[in-house]
Design a binder for this molecule. Structure first.
Ligand SMILES: Cc1cc2nc3c(=O)[nH]c(=O)nc-3n(C[C@H](O)[C@H](O)[C@H](O)COP(=O)(O)OP(=O)(O)OC[C@H]3O[C@@H](n4cnc5c(N)ncnc54)[C@H](O)[C@@H]3O)c2cc1C
Length: 415
């Protein structure tokens, strides 16, 4: 962070004059010490993720964010973390508890939500689709190279004309011709798509009107093309694309074959990844909070650190309360997941609540930084903007509340 004013100059009183000032507390967004509930091995891995994010990502990410580009230079060190497929057993994946999966997402988003999203799309959505809905043979074939990050994946569900309504009617079609499927349509907003290797494409089978998932190899499938979405104001490091599928021929061996061959398969994947957005958005809020605390300790106004003002302390307390509530909430969703009890409505509540609280928290962080809160160099502006995308992707706040509202009342309000 650029130098803000003079070095820290703590207020003195007659009693403390002449004594060394007490060091100020370091910002700590894990106030209830959730990370410490991991076992020693998982905590060590989490610390590696933290070190990677702080030493490799943090110093360069603002530049990439401003330039709207992806830091490919980070991929070799990312691969060395052996994190892709975290939470998945076998197939070259590292395994790990549900809590580790969530805390790793927090660690990434605490420094940068784009990096957390890049990883979430590859590991959670793309690998997760194959892990949850693929046949044994498909898992053996596709997951190991994806776990080694030799092949990077994306997840194509949203379309230019169908966003929230994907459960009701995708326009992308799949037509079977012998052992081949012919895919036609468009997908919009697809993270990693402009450069990655493998797309999970969800399309409606014209024969039975059911949604099915297909593994498409981006670089070698004729008729597959991607256009990068330009001029975003959030998650600018993630490259989002608009995919066009024009008579793309995919072998039946690439149709996800281990599920029910309906939208229920897609919903199964989304249940997992939605609650992961709860973790990511909590991490995003943590990053903004920690920057705001440091700033409040250093920035002087009226001759005093602004952190010594009651109204600033009130904002910081509200921020930490939001973060701590969200952390406890997502920790419980991880337990429910392990117990096999996590429902769509529970995942929806987590996604909606945490992203809304994150949005509130990053806005307070921005406020604490005053004018510097809108300058990228001070980091908070990036968190502030990125929280907007987390709030809308993987199902908007309204969609999550419709899922939740149905569970509460027994009435579906979906149109
Ligand atoms: C940065 C980013 C990354 C993304 N990555 C991916 C990806 O990798 N893969 C992928 O498939 N998709 C991805 N998406 C798409 C994302 O999931 C959609 O943007 C999201 O589901 C909303 O769809 P939409 O943008 O078309 O909005 P719309 O569905 O058009 O909604 C517009 C507004 O209307 C509201 N609305 C819609 N229907 C109702 C209703 N019945 N009642 C009340 N309000 C309603 C919505 O809540 C929203 O506020 C990404 C999006 C973003 C922004």
């Amino acid at each position: 962070m650029p130098t803000m004013t003079k070095p820290i100059d703590q207020p003195t009183s007659a009693k403390t004059a002449g004594r060394q000032p007490k060091p100020l507390p370091a910002p700590n967004s894990d106030f209830y010490q959730l990370a410490e509930t991991l076992d020693a091995k998982e905590l060590a891995l989490l610390k590696q993720v933290r070190a990677f994010m702080e030493t490799k990502v943090a110093p360069i990410i603002n530049k990439y964010w401003v330039e709207d580009s992806f830091p490919f230079e980070l991929l070799p060190a990312f691969k060395e973390l052996n994190l892709a497929g975290v939470g998945m057993q076998g197939y070259g994946c590292p395994g790990g508890s549900a809590l580790l999966v969530g805390l790793a997402a927090i660690e990434m988003a605490r420094v940068d939500s784009s990096i957390a999203t890049f990883f979430g799309v590859h590991s959670g959505l793309a690998m997760g689709s194959i892990y949850l809905v693929g046949s044994e043979e498909q898992k053996q074939k596709w997951l190991p190279p994806m776990a080694r990050m030799e092949k990077i994946g994306c997840f194509g569900l949203t379309e230019p004309l169908v966003g929230s309504g994907t459960g009701g009617g995708l326009l992308t079609t799949a037509k079977r011709e012998g052992d081949t499927w012919v895919l036609n349509g468009q997908k919009r907003w697809i993270g990693n798509a402009p450069w990655c290797d493998i797309s999970i494409i969800w399309a409606k089978d014209v024969a039975d009107n059911q949604v099915k998932g297909f593994i498409v190899e981006n670089k070698s499938t004729p008729g597959f093309s991607v256009e990068k979405i330009e001029n975003k104001i959030a998650l600018k490091v993630v490259q989002n694309g608009q995919i066009t599928l024009k008579d793309c021929r995919v072998p039946d061996a690439n149709r996800l074959q281990g599920g029910e061959s309906s939208f229920r398969d897609t919903a199964r994947v989304l249940r997992q990844t939605r609650y992961m957005v709860g973790w990511e958005s909590t991490g995003c809020a943590m990053g903004a909070y920690e920057h705001a605390v440091k700033y409040a300790q250093e920035r002087l106004q009226f001759g005093k650190p602004i952190g010594s003002f009651q109204l600033i302390q009130d904002l910081l307390s509200r921020m930490l309360a939001n973060i701590t509530a969200c952390t406890c909430l997502v920790a419980r969703t991880a337990q429910l997941d392990v117990e096999g009890k996590l429902t769509d409505a529970q995942a929806a509540l987590s996604k909606a609540f945490c992203t809304a609280k994150s949005r509130e928290t990053v806005a307070w962080a921005r406020e604490i930084l005053g004018g510097n809160g809108i300058v990228t160099d001070y980091n908070v502006a990036r968190h502030f903007a990125d929280a907007e995308a987390l709030y809308s992707y993987e199902g908007t706040f309204q969609m999550q509340h419709l899922i939740l509202g149905k569970a509460i009342t027994g009435f579906s309000a979906f149109v």
